[in-house]
Design a protein around this ligand. Structure first.
Ligand SMILES: [Cu+2]
Length: 500
């Protein structure tokens, strides 16, 4: 009975719009470019808003020789990563033979992966796409469904009353005889008992329903971007602490959670924490720093010289299971005097985000060079998988020849919506964290394409043009920062755009 009710409750969960969540803020869908053996693929995972829920996995092959794509879902790490379910055969589009779509049920929270098995004229290939699965909102039940549920529950339960009473009154009475006094008395007792049982059943079903609802609401809350509290010590040391401990709920296990320890986060492209401090509310200054972990799970970072002001904090970490969290917060700083930026730390300052927004496609770089956003004509559309293409050119317009990997990658893109409801830190292979990608490669080492591994990118001469696969999740004004390294120096370009 309990399981049946649970199934009904889950099946009936319909909802209220709520704030979207974490790992990247407000940007849950996965955009990923990678090779399945010989086949370059652009994969988009459209995440369900509720879990359990159905995700749509869209696969676009860059080459026309792919004939078949299968997709299966499994955990990113641990025993579950070795126990694949049956693969779903993706449906090939009739209009576009290079486009395949698969729909998969997401039942669990946490770090998962979609494994693609691709067949074509060049043989087989595999590709693993890390996915962060979490419920984003709780939906209110539609009134008609609420009414129907109540009717079924109350109607069926109390429907037992006349049935049991009838059995008690007439079950033992011969066909043509009438029930005697004893039969009638039994019937009254049975009626009373059945009514009591029916009331108890409906009452406990209501309790079970409410508990299930409360647990789900709590899970949505636990997986919202965690708040970080910031304080300044010794004039320039920024201390970061979680407002409440991180917990990953376990789907379908009531109030069970797994604690996520900051002591156990894993490095993501070389650092445990990518710390972004963004001028608030103008987005006219950005620092991309890397904080050190202290023994008690707190993080700290000695700040460079910074002007007084209000700053938004976005701090990206990846837990040991490959689940990415973006910690968010605010800090008011006085004028800070600190050391000069070195190594992979970087900074940008520019014009405030204008209102109304002034779209830009060209950004000046420090030495007279510029970065050009090769944007298609027309507005930027939200939720459309897009290759954000950029080109770095010298002052004379020739392609820059001095691009080097910055933390192992050609470029880092930081996407910020004006109201900070969206923050994403993405790379040339997409929105998945590099640390999760490394875990996916470890967990399925057979036949995986390693050519994009960071190790292979070091010391390579990089082309002046590159692209970042991503889709902005919602309409609004965005500032997009692109960070590259040229001749040993990190340079940042900013572009403004309104998405529809
Ligand atoms: Cu990055």
């Amino acid at each position: 009975m309990k399981n049946l009710l649970k199934t009904l409750l889950l099946a009936a969960a319909v909802l209220l719009p709520g704030a979207a969540a974490y790992a990247h803020v407000g940007s849950a869908d996965v955009y990923f470019e990678g090779n399945a053996g010989p086949y370059p693929m652009f994969v988009t995972v459209r995440m369900p808003e509720v879990v359990p829920g159905v995700a749509k996995i869209e696969v676009r092959s860059a080459s026309p020789d792919v004939s078949n794509v299968k997709v299966l879902l499994l955990r990113l790490t641990g025993p579950g990563s070795k126990l694949p379910s049956t693969a779903d055969v993706a449906i090939r589009s009739k209009e576009d033979p290079n486009f395949f779509v698969s729909e998969l049920w997401f039942m669990e929270y946490g770090a998962l992966q979609a494994q693609l098995e691709v067949e074509g004229s060049k043989g087989e290939g595999k590709l693993s796409v890390p996915i962060a699965s979490f419920p984003r909102q709780q939906k209110a039940m539609a009134p008609w469904m609420r009414l129907m549920g109540a009717f079924v529950l109350v109607g069926l339960t109390f429907g037992l009353v006349p049935i049991t009473a009838g059995i008690a009154r007439e079950g033992t009475v011969p066909a043509e005889a009438a029930p005697d006094a004893k039969n009638k008395r039994n019937a009254r007792i049975v009626t009373a008992l059945t009514v009591l049982a029916a009331v108890w059943t409906v009452y406990s079903a209501r309790g079970l329903w409410r508990e299930e609802d409360a647990v789900y609401a709590r899970n949505v809350d636990l997986l919202k971007p965690p708040r970080v509290e910031a304080s300044l010590q010794d004039g320039n040391r920024l201390m970061l602490r979680l407002a409440t401990p991180l917990q990953l709920p376990v789907a379908g296990k009531g109030r069970e959670t797994v604690p996520v320890k900051l002591e156990e986060v894993i490095p993501d492209h070389g650092y445990l924490m990518h710390l972004f401090l963004v001028g608030n509310p103008q987005a006219d200054k950005v620092w991309h720093l890397h904080a050190d972990r202290l023994q008690n799970g707190a993080f700290a970072r000695t700040l460079p010289s910074m002007p007084a002001g209000d700053y938004r904090i976005f701090a990206d970490i990846v837990d040991k299971n490959g689940f990415p969290w973006t910690l968010v917060g605010n800090v008011k700083l006085p004028n800070v005097a600190g050391p000069v930026l070195v190594g992979d730390d970087s900074q940008w300052a520019g014009a405030p985000l204008a209102a109304p927004i002034a779209e830009s496609k060209v950004a000046q770089l420090p030495d007279g060079a510029r970065m050009v956003w090769e944007r298609a004509d027309g507005p930027l559309r939200s939720n459309v998988p897009t290759s954000f293409k950029f080109r770095v050119e010298n002052a004379d317009g020739s392609p820059a020849g001095d691009l080097e990997p910055y933390m192992g990658m050609a470029a880092h893109m930081i996407v910020l919506r004006r109201d900070a409801g969206v923050f994403a830190h993405v790379h040339t292979n997409g929105s998945v964290p590099m640390a999760a990608l490394d875990l996916a490669r470890e967990s399925s080492a057979d036949g995986m394409d390693m050519s994009q591994s960071m190790a292979h990118q070091h010391h390579a001469a990089l082309p002046a043009s590159f692209s970042v696969p991503y889709g902005v999740p919602s309409a609004g004004d965005y500032r997009i920062f692109i960070q590259v390294r040229r001749s040993g120096q990190v340079q940042t370009a900013a572009f403004d755009v309104r998405a529809q």
